[in-house]
Design a protein around this ligand. Structure first.
Ligand code: ZN
Ligand code: ZN
Length: 366
């Protein structure tokens, strides 16, 4: 036999059933009966819970019926409350617990609904199935997820992914996110890293990392062209040479300083004066994170000047013969070699000049 206990009751603003999507947007509480409170021990460690409850206002059922969206289906193919066992199930976000009260969001149950069980939600079967599907899709197109986020202008998600590449959050990275999402949606084509779309970047700073991640034009796939102008600017251009250029407005910096004076103060201490005191660094990082995410809410026109451009572009990267250095034996791409008495050498073995991109831009080194 079954033996269900009513362990608590739902308190919500909803007395009558309405759009379940709307109901899930509101917070509600679950009051656990005193005799079961001990069972909540360490429940706060779960961000999401599954709530099993009783559709107490429903006492009949149909095996086939129209669901909420008007689709005619079998009862077990719907989430209707008119079911043989009148049990409801919701995944909710646990906002906080106060004694015997759980504050949750996402519960589509009416006020007064008896709760019969609570379990922590930890993904499980369905999620691993989805994950598998996601991997198959990503094998077809590794940029699928990012393209989807760009199309939907999911700036926060894209900033977190850019942060994974960049190592930290900073306003420069956010600017790269905002500008790149705009540019990609403007030219409406997505790079697959085969040099059909080029990003021409004019500075090698934080900004450049978000541009690479979001446009898909990177240092490694030769779709990133670096012009050492030292301007916070980049263009996204198709092979017909046409595209869009975004450059930071001169007024932007002042606006940022004005809006985030506290961040500016810590920026001066931590970055300009190189004060590596732990408290200073912690506060600086915290503020940098806050400012970076807040910046995503700005109007793009407060940050960038945007122009349609036509730019001269380099050719597709050449495929060159491989040569081998007569001293170290390492492989060298032809055109990068140096000769002495008809023998091939690499530049470092012969102490020849070479170009280097570093924090100062491009320089000739030896
Ligand atoms: Zn940075
Ligand atoms: Zn060598």
């Amino acid at each position: 036999m079954f033996d269900f206990k009513e362990i608590g009751v739902v308190r919500s603003n909803f007395k009558e059933h309405t759009d379940p999507f709307k109901m899930r947007e509101f917070e509600s509480t679950i009051e656990i009966k005193k005799e079961y409170v001990e069972g909540l021990y360490r429940i706060e460690e779960s961000e999401y819970l599954e709530i099993l409850f009783c559709f107490h206002k429903s006492n009949d059922y149909e095996l086939k019926l129209n669901n909420y969206y008007g689709e005619y289906k079998g009862v077990f193919a719907t989430r209707t409350m008119k079911r043989p066992s009148n049990i409801g199930l919701s995944k909710v976000k646990l906002l906080k617990r106060k004694d015997n009260i759980l504050y949750v969001k996402g519960l589509d149950a009416l006020d007064g609904t008896p709760v019969i069980d609570i379990k922590p939600y930890n993904g499980g079967y369905k999620d691993s199935e989805n994950e598998h599907k996601e991997i198959i899709e990503l094998k077809d197109n590794p940029r699928k997820k990012i393209i989807q986020l760009v199309k939907n202008c999911k700036l926060e998600d894209l900033l977190t992914i850019s942060g994974a590449l960049h190592g930290h959050y900073c306003p420069g990275l956010s600017m790269g996110v905002i500008g790149s999402v705009y540019a990609v949606n403007k030219i409406k084509e997505f790079s697959d890293g085969m040099e059909d779309i080029l990003a021409i970047i004019e500075i090698n700073s934080c900004f450049a990392d978000a541009v690479q991640l979001i446009t898909g034009c990177t240092f490694g796939n030769n779709s990133l062209i670096y012009r050492d102008y030292g301007k916070i600017a980049f263009s996204l251009v198709k092979r017909d040479q046409k595209g869009v250029r975004l450059s930071a407005k001169p007024s932007y910096r002042e606006l940022q300083k004005e809006k985030y004076p506290e961040y500016q103060k810590y920026f001066d201490m931590a970055v300009v004066q190189q004060n590596r005191d732990e408290n200073v660094m912690n506060e600086f990082k915290k503020l940098a994170k806050e400012v970076s995410f807040d910046l995503l809410k700005w109007e793009i026109n407060d940050i960038f000047k945007i122009d349609d451009v036509k730019l001269k572009l380099p050719d597709y990267a050449p495929i060159k013969e491989a040569l081998y250095c007569a001293i170290c034996g390492e492989q060298i791409m032809k055109s990068k070699e140096t000769y002495e008495e008809n023998k091939v050498y690499c530049k470092p073995c012969k102490n020849k000049e070479y170009f280097q991109i570093d924090g100062s831009g491009v320089s000739v080194c030896k």
